[in-house]
Design a protein around this ligand. Sequence first.
Ligand code: HEC
Length: 99
Amino acid sequence: MGTKRGISVFLSATLLLVGLSTLAGPAMSAAESQAKEKALFEKKCSICHALSRPLGEQKSRAEWTKTVAQMRKNGCPINDAEAKEIVDYLAKVRGPKKK
Ligand code: HEC
């Protein structure tokens, strides 16, 4: 009985999963998307002041959302999607202090 069949079921399931994740899955891994957010942050948030300005702070996501909105008022040239990516990045790497 079924070793061969077992293998072929396993193989088709694997192929199906690979196929599905190629079709549906995000093209970028978490590390890749973080690298992209980091690059965007470094490009846009260094226009007027050093990156140490934001990197010297630790804030919650809500506070970063406010800061980034304030920077857009200051004149930071980013759209809503870019603002969100930068907030995501800062909330990850400069989240609130652990007590
Ligand atoms: C158009 C110029 C400009 C750009 C671009 C800019 N900033 Fe600023 N930033 C300022 C100015 C002016 C101040 C000081 C006045 C203030 O706080 O609004 C400041 C202050 C700050 C501060 C300290 C004050 C606070 O609210 O904590 C942080 C943090 C900061 N910026 C983060 C960022 C981040 C993150 C980005 C990228 C999304 C960015 N900045 C892009 C002009 C800019």
